[in-house]
Design a protein around this ligand. Structure first.
Ligand code: ADP
Ligand code: MG
Length: 237
């Protein structure tokens, strides 16, 4: 398995944000965490990343217990809403960041950065600053930065949020390609069912801190397990 979470519980003050969340994601799978705002999706992702710790439950990464492992030792790439690009660094420096803190040799860092800038078709823009890029270009830099250290696990929290429709579609294709070419295990959070159905091999539907259903897009559509899933997937948003 790539990622396993078991019995995750998390409380913020009086609010039970996660109430016994369990699921398994196989290596090489691309899975969507789908559900309405406030349902606990970001919290699950942050716990998998090690940015947050659960009150109860376990996290396993690549077949090993990682429940208490520090974020820097988990070797996970993530693109989170709160983790925007470093504004005072060039595109190149942004993409190099994860490699530099891992103390890789300079020549290797340069080579890998070039490779990933080419992969997201931003070669030639390495010396620009984030403010000089479009929204879609920035998200591609964020993807390159997440992937450059060579991780096989990628977490994306609403990676297409705040972008216009055309750029969202482009980025979706990027992600599909990266996933296929690199054999990544990926989890992305979305509240957009169409995006989830299109990109994910399986979908985990979450609401109010609980998993409502796990299944392929077809299963979720054709055989919704709960009334919530039926109305959420059936609704046009
Ligand atoms: P989603 O990503 O599905 O919108 P979140 O995981 O962000 O859901 O949030 C779930 C609930 O937890 C929300 O009610 C949110 O207000 C609350 N929450 C999340 N993070 C914190 C925090 N650091 N402190 C207090 N409450 C939080
Ligand atoms: Mg969220």
């Amino acid at each position: 398995m790539g990622i396993v979470v078991r019995g995750l519980k998390k409380r913020f003050g009086a609010t039970q944000v996660l109430d016994d969340v369990s699921f398994e994601i196989a290596r090489g799978e691309m899975v969507a965490l789908l559900g309405p705002s406030g349902g606990g999706k970001s919290t699950v992702l942050r716990i998998i990343a090690g940015l947050e710790f659960a009150d109860e439950g376990e996290v396993h990464l690549r077949g090993r217990v990682a429940t208490h492992t520090r974020v820097q030792d988990r070797d996970i790439g993530f693109v989170f809403q709160g983790y925007a690009l470093f504004r005072h660094m060039t595109v190149r420096e942004n993409v190099a960041f994860g490699l530099s803190i891992r103390k890789r040799p300079k020549a290797e860092v340069q080579r890998v950065v070039d490779e990933f800038l080419a992969l997201v078709q931003l070669d030639g823009l390495g010396d620009r600053y984030p403010t000089e890029l479009s929204g879609g270009q920035r998200q591609r830099v964020a993807l390159a930065r997440a992937l450059a250290p060579g991780t096989d696990l990628l977490l994306l929290d609403e990676p297409f949020g705040a972008l216009d429709a055309k750029v969202r579609l482009d980025l979706r294709e990027w992600l599909r390609r990266l996933h296929q070419e690199r054999g990544l295990t990926g989890v992305f959070v979305t509240h957009d069912q169409e995006e989830a159905m299109d990109l994910a091999s399986r979908v985990i539907v979450m609401n109010r801190g609980r998993v409502e259903q796990i299944g392929t897009p077809e299963e979720i559509y054709d055989r919704p397990a709960t009334e919530f899933v039926a109305s959420f997937v059936g609704s046009i948003n």
